[in-house]
Design a protein around this ligand. Structure first.
Ligand code: SF4
Length: 187
């Protein structure tokens, strides 16, 4: 017996050739591997977004290859960079034009919280304007962190859970600093 999703069973033996599942589980499994991207790129995080989509990191491996140049054909909105007050209505309009079900990734600290721009011109995170599914902190985030965020989103799509998630660092920054400080000097 094998499992494609937690609720899917592939039958073997005399029943070989049949699988049982729930319809929503099957749709979630299909959707998580067929994401159509709409990048909303406003600032320097855009350089790292290009890196993630390049062959070295290759998010096509996760079924998230196809960019769309109209939000009407997209179901994954990448908000990449700082959002100014003037851009906020545009972002909301883009989100409203997307198909259902639709998902949002906050790419970088500025998109997640406004970053270090604590001023009247900057929106303190995209969730002041639209809902967000996954936050990827970092200034800019490393491509590995973005891929972690994409996998986290896929898990949410497959399970149907829409509570927002935050990508955790792969190592504890405080511990990494301690290790760096206690590292013996090279001779
Ligand atoms: S998080 Fe850093 S790299 Fe990304 S847009 Fe803000 S300032 Fe630029």
């Amino acid at each position: 017996m094998g499992a494609l999703t937690p609720s899917t069973r592939v039958l073997t033996g005399r029943e070989q050739g049949f699988a049982t599942t729930r319809l929503d589980a099957l749709l979630g499994w299909a959707r998580k591997y067929s994401l159509f991207n709409y990048p909303f790129v406003t600032a320097c995080c855009g350089m790292e977004f290009m890196s993630v989509s390049s062959p070295r990191f290759d998010f096509a491996r996760f079924g998230a290859e196809a960019p769309r140049f109209t939000p009407r054909q997209a179901d994954l909105l990448w908000v990449v960079g700082t959002i100014s007050q003037r851009q906020a209505p545009v972002l909301k309009r883009v989100y409203e034009q997307m198909m259902e079900p639709k998902y949002v990734m906050a790419f970088g600290t500025c998109a997640s919280s406004g970053g270090f721009y604590d001023n009247y011109a900057t929106v303190a995170g995209l969730d002041k304007v639209i809902p967000c599914d996954v936050y990827v902190p970092g200034c800019p985030p490393r491509p590995e962190a973005v891929l972690d965020g994409l996998i986290l989103l896929q898990d949410k799509i497959a399970s149907g859970v829409r509570t927002p998630g935050v990508v955790k660092p792969r190592e504890d920054p405080a511990q990494a600093l301690v290790q760096l400080r206690t590292k013996p000097e090279a001779t």
